[in-house]
Write a protein that binds this ligand. Sequence first.
Ligand code: ARG
Length: 278
Amino acid sequence: MKKQVLALVMAAVMAGSLTACGSSAADTTTAAQAATTAQAEEKKEETETETEAAGDEDGVLVMATNAEFPPYEYHDGGEIVGIDVEIAEAIAEKLGKTLEVEDIAFDSIIPEIQSGKADFGAAGMTVDEDRLKNVDFSDPYTTASQVIIVKEDSDIAGPDDLSGKYIGVQLGTTGDIYATDYEEEGSTIERYNKGFEAVQAMLQGKIDAVVIDIEPAKVFVSQNEGIKILDEALTVEEYAIAVKKGNTELLEQINGALAELKDSGELQAIIDKYISAE
Ligand code: ARG
């Protein structure tokens, strides 16, 4: 849409300069006016796009996520798939809207919701007190925990052994928050943009442990030799969908849809599709 308007401006300007060549000043004015009108239209268009992004007008719901978090959201071929994507698809369908998935850095998701560029965030996002100051959360749709991944021959056997070690986390996650407490105990926290980058750094011997959510941990461990998950879970967390603070209308719609998906068994079916029961 925007491109079309831009093309229009160009056409107007070009037509203007052609006629303006060796002709009266009046022609130039007309061309300039045409350009101004086109610009005004473009502006209007931009405002409309913003309203659209807020999901009010054209039936599009924009979901912000960070697709580096299997099995909740990850890239598969050219597509972004996973539990959160399917839950969001199901919610959008119930609300009669089309889902648009936006893949951004994890720590940009909340700002993106606050600015209204995204309608909601679904990213294996843990309900957390600090986050509640900036966004509202839906009812939780699943529980999770932080775990420690180490090399199979590591001397780290539990959380107490993290003292003084190099710990890798995904920037801005609850794993980051948890690990940061160990700074007081002489540990160094390495913050990566993607959880898997932390795992890679550990495989290369750059860090001693990774603190991350249990399900992605299982995926990363299953895909790489020589690493394991320690038994002791570090936290108990709930994942929920984040919306702009005060957007009770959307929040209620999401909660209504989630309740239906829970009752019908669809939610569990989506989870079971990606996570096999032990
Ligand atoms: N549950 C953790 C948190 O809320 C990690 C979520 C990371 N999600 C992602 N899509 N990368 O902080």
